[in-house]
Design a protein around this ligand. Structure first.
Ligand SMILES: [Zn+2]
Length: 327
């Protein structure tokens, strides 16, 4: 029977091809396909006056990454703002004890955390990376979290104690047992936060860009925080103004990556579940798209959007940009 073997091989090849096609289709549906969202309602822009403050710099501190060779690669970690009035850490990435922190969750929750945030586990602990760029972690003035999810707050477990800026609504969310049960917020991280009774971040009714409220951290317009409620109830975005021309807007997980605000698309299906209030989160995507069109020179940086970091920090991870920087 000389024909049997080629037939078997043919069948195997067909099965393999089918598997590859199914896997590619699943990846497309789960990750690459995004829902186009309606445009935001028209909103006035309040153009801020920005002065160039000597000595300010922003540094990209990357603790974890995936698919870094591809344009869709993602990142996690911190943006360090060096300021003569005291340095600020924006987000902190995952804890170096990530695997221990998620161990006790039910299998489904564990698997989700392990395969999503777990892919962005720190390769080196945050304090070590900070020291590499000449920053003493013990001298940080404060940290601000775009929101309290584990892949943004975990680095606090590796750092010396420091004040963490959070709004009352985000602290309430973080302390909610049902939220912690879903795995996105880790009880041990919440111990590093201020108490619900003593929030450390409050907005003033001062319009800024296309937002109605804002908080000017250094009272000099260099770092301005605005609410981005939706992904979590107290999610925030952080403007860092190095000079009138060199500005970034760190938007946490309000969008997955640059496609979010460029094409006005919502979250990937695989990440939809992480939005606490989907409809409100979708409105924020519209608002960011509107801001991007009104202020094209502003570098909008999604927390995990590696390609956006690479544009703002041409020196790559562990590099800084300042207002003195010229290419
Ligand atoms: Zn995240």
């Amino acid at each position: 029977m000389p024909e049997r073997r080629p037939r078997l091989l043919k069948r195997l090849a067909l099965i393999l091809l089918t598997l590859v096609i199914v896997a590619a289709a699943a990846l497309y549906v789960l990750y690459f396909r995004r829902t186009p969202l309606p445009a935001a309602a028209p909103h006035a822009r309040v153009v801020p006056a920005i002065s160039t403050i000597p000595g300010i710099a922003a540094c990209w501190v990357e603790t974890g990454k995936t698919f870094s060779r591809f344009s869709f690669g993602s990142t996690a970690g911190s943006v360090l703002v060096r300021d003569p009035a005291g340095d600020l850490l924006i987000d902190t990435g995952n804890s170096s004890h990530f695997d221990d922190e998620i161990r006790g969750f039910p299998f489904g929750t564990w698997l989700k955390l392990k395969s999503l945030a777990g892919e962005l586990k720190p390769e080196s602990p945050l304090p070590q990376l900070l020291r590499q760029i000449g920053e003493d972690p013990a001298k940080l003035r404060w940290a601000i979290l775009s929101h309290v999810h584990l892949d943004h707050s975990g680095g606090l477990m590796d750092l010396p104690p420091l004040p963490v800026l959070l709004t009352r609504e985000e602290l309430q969310f973080a302390n909610d047992p049902s939220v912690q049960a879903r795995g996105y917020v880790i009880a041990a991280h919440v111990q590093k936060f201020p108490s619900v009774a003593a929030p450390t971040l409050q907005f003033n009714p001062v319009p800024y860009e296309t937002f109605d409220e804002s908080a000017d951290l250094y009272k000099d317009g260099s770092v301005v925080v605005v609410p981005l409620r939706g992904h979590t109830p107290g999610s925030v975005g952080i403007f860092v103004n190095l000079s009138p021309e060199r500005r970034m807007f760190y938007v946490g997980d309000a969008v997955d990556d640059e496609r979010g605000f460029e094409e006005r698309v919502g979250k990937s299906m695989i990440l939809l579940d992480s939005d606490n209030a989907g409809k409100v989160a979708d409105q924020i995507v519209g608002r960011l798209n509107d801001l991007h069109e009104k202020v094209p020179g502003l570098a909008i940086i999604p927390a995990h959007g590696r390609s956006a970091y690479k544009k703002f920090f041409p020196g790559g991870p562990q590099s800084c940009v300042s207002n003195q920087y010229t290419r």
